[in-house]
Write a protein that binds this ligand. Structure first.
Ligand code: CDP
Ligand code: CDP
Length: 225
């Protein structure tokens, strides 16, 4: 059976995954999956339900039962619009804490596979290439120095009028990097066959073009047999 093609883009926080993946999806007319949003939804839901971030069993049950919908760029959790609320740095940190539990990860597999529809999917996260879509046509590991990433987050927050301190952002980011890379289940890693793209010195347009060029050469090599 011919499955829709997937471009998997993994990487640490603020490496530009979301920005690059959504632009690549737009250029190709593909669907887009922001898998981090799912972990953020579980984080927010568990905060509302006062579930201990260490309680994998209860978190897994919550994750299985969350009513999530994506409509016109808005994200609804149990019919409440949480598009902005899930982007808080505190929710990002809580997301990385709850994401260590295999029960939570398992509960989110089906919903992620559901995004794989024709003509194709660009999926970003931590384990898109290694676990969720191991047969992805193209696997990209996007990265940048911690300093460059903290500065990007800082600029994003200031542009939204949210007060931020660069040194705290750098600390949060390093804490999240360490947890995401060291956990036992689906750690952030360079998957087999993934191409490394360091964007520290690249513009968004240059990063998008690199991914599109890589994808075109993959397609050309498939067609060429
Ligand atoms: O999804 P992820 O956390 O990896 O990053 P993001 O939310 O896409 O944020 C990355 C920020 O860095 C955005 O404001 C981009 O405009 C900026 N940026 C980038 O993504 N790629 C570059 N090569 C340069 C800057
Ligand atoms: O945008 P940023 O990279 O800061 O975070 P995100 O992609 O929204 O993901 C938030 C947290 O969810 C990450 O720190 C990871 O711990 C977790 N996550 C994960 O474990 N697996 C994924 N496929 C996506 C996110």
């Amino acid at each position: 059976m011919n499955l829709p093609p997937v471009i998997a883009i993994d990487g640490p926080t603020a490496s530009g995954k979301g920005t690059v993946a959504s632009l690549v999806a737009e250029k190709l007319g593909f669907h887009y999956l922001d898998s981090g949003a799912l972990y953020r939804l579980v984080a927010l839901g568990s905060q509302k339900a006062a579930i201990d971030p260490k309680n994998g069993l209860e978190l897994g049950i919550l994750a299985k039962n969350l009513v999530i919908s994506f409509k016109n760029g808005q994200i609804l959790l149990n019919s409440e619009n949480v598009t902005e609320a899930i982007r808080a740095e505190s929710i990002g940190l809580r997301a990385s804490a709850i994401a260590v539990h295999p029960e939570v990860r398992q509960a989110l597999v089906g919903v992620q596979h559901g995004f794989r529809v024709f003509p194709g999917l660009v999926a970003d996260g931590r384990d898109m290439a290694s676990v969720i879509f191991p047969d992805a046509a193209l696997k990209v590991f996007l990265t940048a120095t911690a300093k460059a990433r903290a500065e990007r987050r800082y600029k994003q927050l200031i542009a939204k009028g949210i007060p931020a301190k660069l040194e705290y952002l750098l600390q949060d980011l390093q804490e999240r990097d360490a947890r995401d890379s060291s956990r036992g289940t689906a750690p952030l890693l360079l998957a087999d066959g993934a191409k490394l793209l360091d964007t520290s010195e690249l513009s968004v347009d240059q990063a998008v073009k690199t991914v599109l060029d890589w994808y075109q050469s993959k397609v050309a090599s498939f067609l060429g047999g």
